[in-house]
Design a binder for this molecule. Structure first.
Ligand code: PEP
Ligand code: MG
Length: 594
């Protein structure tokens, strides 16, 4: 807690949930509980094991109470995260690991838990992919709860009764259980020292529409209870004790955003069609079933990319065919979407799961990744394909195979899929025999042979995140070369163009599901390229739809032709910014000639 009172201090973090709010600080200072590490005598082993088992039982009870107290339907939808935490707390492998450590090492329960959790987290910390790395956070929340129960008897809950008016929670970190407990009428936002966009806490905040800024670094040490804060979840800014003038500016911004949001939700329901009648599908990229509700609200017509890597996490064993089936069936049974694209496992490279044995590779981005791994580990692949096929009886599922670099991979994947289909037929299990299979076009060679690939599959989805990485030879997780990550690079635009032309010449649809799809500045390029679908994170949909509806495709084709003859991405971007600034002065900053 700070001794000093700051005035108008602006701190930058990561805006993870849109909106602006202001209120009094409620400092949730749980602090770190120091754990004693003790060796114990043989006769105390059973007592320690009981202490540990008792703490897991109490933790489950606490979480059950939190769940039981949820009165709001909107919040109840997110209680599955609490369920996931409860499952880990009851997971036999996890419990036995700690119990065995107490027994074999003859150490106290806190120390044993610390060893088991550290081992687990070490696996997560090696991961470059932010989303997967964040999953280790769930284990930390459980660990902290158990340690507090063992040391203090219980986890300290949020209790902001003593503070008048609206409250903003300031904490080192918040667990999803904390976020679910936030009383929406009183707590209007939160900000934390740590965290990232893909943490569950951030996902819950977005779903509950609570403005939030995380990863602020040291906010806990800069504020005290009753300081006033502004939390700007759009720009990722926190202001401590703003002056009257600043507060006035923010009230105006808040009003503008509210109007904009209403407008976005209105646009979300409208057709994605240009002024001159070119229609394309706008889909959503998701990673969790819980995101489905957002997908509908923000106006997606389908799921262009369901990343299934999350299914392989927060568990110690591989998901079985049944595990896959149950999740995909839930997806499939949603009846407001016209297509749901399930991408098969894309592990390897920058994404990694501790319980899949992977070789140590010097260059994992070009190593045993995605379809290459699935073809090698057919058991793993088949379990997923069987799950998708069985669920396909219930809704419009399609299969998307990532990281294809040549035709043989596609033919092998299709042969394995056929084996799965034959097996299901033999067992007389229903599935959609006409299920569509597509490939991700994200390796330059796939663009170059897209005429050949198009004859083998039902659709393409261009993954520009990887396509840019591989075509421009820049590691997508290396900050030193991130300045070279240029979607408008003429090389990238030419590769996309070639792919779309080959898809259409062979009468198959082609979508684009990299981050580029959700960036409104690039929308005219993608319309000019005549893509059939753009798939993006749900929040981006209304903004992109607004731009689509304000453009003529004929003009986009002219802009694309102009970009394609520019020498560099910078020149193309300048041209585009200038044009978009003129066409949409409210959405793009005007760009003037020097
Ligand atoms: C891509 O590469 O563009 C893509 C959408 O897939 P991911 O980001 O999961 O690699
Ligand atoms: Mg990819």
């Amino acid at each position: 807690m700070s001794e000093e009172t700051f005035i108008n201090k602006v701190i930058k973090g990561i805006g993870v949930s849109s909106g602006i709010t202001s209120g009094k600080v409620y400092l949730l200072e749980r602090g770190r509980v120091a754990i004693a590490k003790r060796r114990i005598r043989e006769e105390h082993v059973e007592r320690e094991i009981q202490r540990f088992r008792h703490s897991t039982k109490s933790a489950v009870e606490e979480l059950n109470d939190i769940k039981g107290a949820i009165s709001d339907d909107e919040i109840r939808k997110h209680a599955f995260i609490i369920d996931a935490h409860m499952l880990i707390l009851q997971d036999a492998l996890f419990l036995n690991d700690v119990v065995d450590t107490i027994r074999t090492e003859k150490i106290n329960a806190e120390w044993a838990l610390d060893i088991v959790v550290s081992k687990f987290l070490a696996g997560f910390e090696k991961v470059d992919d932010a989303y997967l790395r964040e999953r280790g956070q769930d284990i930390k929340y459980i660990y902290n709860r158990l340690i507090r129960i063992m040391v203090k008897g219980k986890e300290s809950a949020i209790d902001a009764k003593g503070i008048k008016g609206k409250v903003i929670i300031v904490a080192h970190d918040l667990s999803p259980a904390d976020t679910i407990q936030l009383n929406l009428n009183r707590i209007s936002g939160f900000t934390t020292d740590v965290g990232g966009r893909t943490s569950h806490t951030s996902i819950v905040a977005r779903a509950l529409e609570i403005p939030a800024v995380v990863g602020v670094g040291n906010i806990v040490s800069l504020v005290k209870n009753n300081d006033t804060l502004i939390v700007d979840g759009d720009d990722g800014i926190v202001i401590i004790n703003p002056t009257k003038e600043v507060r006035k500016d923010y009230v105006a911004k808040q009003l503008r955003l509210k109007t904009l949001k209403r407008e976005f939700l209105r646009i979300a329901k409208l057709k994605s069609e240009t002024r001159d009648g070119f229609q394309l599908k706008v889909g959503a990229n998701i990673e969790l079933l819980a995101e489905m509700e957002l997908v509908e609200r923000y106006g997606a017509s389908g799921i262009g990319l369901y990343r299934t890597e999350y299914l392989y996490l927060s568990r110690k064993t591989l998901p079985t065919e049944n595990d896959h089936y149950h999740v995909y069936r839930k997806l499939a049974e949603n009846n407001s979407l016209s297509y749901i694209t399930v991408r098969t496992l894309d592990i390897g490279g920058d994404k990694f799961v501790s319980h899949i044995e992977m070789p140590k590779e010097i260059n994992p981005a070009m190593g045993l990744r995605a379809i290459r791994l699935c073809i090698k580990e057919t058991g793993l692949f088949k379990a997923q394909l069987m799950g998708i096929l069985r669920a396909s009886a219930y809704g419009p599922l399609r299969i998307l195979v990532p990281m294809v670099s040549g035709i043989d991979e596609v033919r092998t994947a299709k042969a394995i899929l056929k084996e799965c289909m034959d097996e299901l037929k033999q067992k007389k299990i229903r599935f959609n025999e006409g299920i569509k299979i597509g490939v991700m076009i994200e390796v330059p060679s796939a663009c170059m042979i897209s005429d050949i690939l198009a004859k083998e599959v039902d659709f393409f989805s261009i993954g520009t995140n990887d396509l840019i990485q591989y075509s421009l030879a820049i590691d997508r997780v290396n900050e030193y070369v991130s300045y070279l990550y240029e979607p408008l690079h003429p090389g990238v635009l030419r590769l996309i163009k070639q792919t779309v032309e080959n898809a259409h010449a062979n009468k198959i649809e082609v979508g684009l599901c990299g981050e580029m799809a959700g960036e409104p500045l690039y929308t005219p390029m993608l319309l000019g390229l005549e893509l059939d679908e753009l798939s993006m994170n749900a929040y981006a949909i209304p903004r992109v739809k607004k731009i689509i509806r304000g453009l003529d495709q004929s003009h986009c084709k002219e802009l694309l032709a102009e970009a394609l003859i520019k020498d560099s991405a910078k020149e193309a971007e300048y041209m585009l910014r200038k044009e978009m600034g003129n066409l949409f002065p409210d959405d793009f900053i005007q760009c003037y000639e020097e």
